[in-house]
Write a protein of this length. Sequence first.
Length: 202
Amino acid sequence: MKRRTFLHNLALSPAAIAAGSTAARSNEAPIRNTTPFADAKTVVEPAREVPVIEEPDVLVVGGGPAGVAAALAAARAGAETLLIERYNHLGGLWTGGLVLPLLSTHALDSNGKFQQVIFGVGDEMARRLRSLDMAIHTVNPVVDPEAAKYIFDAMTKEAGVKTLYHCWASNVIVKNNWIQSVILETKSGRAAINPKMVVDCT
């Protein structure tokens, strides 16, 4: 499935789901094939039951910086939160891709002096990395990627976020213009999540 198709179907708004998903129009129809093999011959897979492994309040898809922040915010607000990530660590390209600067944390004020403009969860991550001496403390700090992975893990565990690694969100089931299930491809086989809310951070 192309990322664009997935984004259409994992939108939070029921209106966006209705507009972007052929599944919404036909209640449970499969998503239209938009892969490079769209014109190839097809086979019909036998129907099978997919085990529902979790039913969280909030499912966050993608464990990059945005996904970690979304999961932390949901869990700290009291929601039972599940975070799924395709790789074996959190942080996305920031950690696994070695894109290490924390950019745009400061900006020039009217006097030409740098002032911090980014706070919240991102600032908390930066402060914790500095406390471990794992960030070069400049205006836009550069961090140690392995330390950042550790900090993400620690913060999500402290907040009560449950994390599943090596999971791909491959499809959704939509009923009444709302996502009922998210289908996962995992190293243990196919599984399903029935969340009350989905946040797409892929």
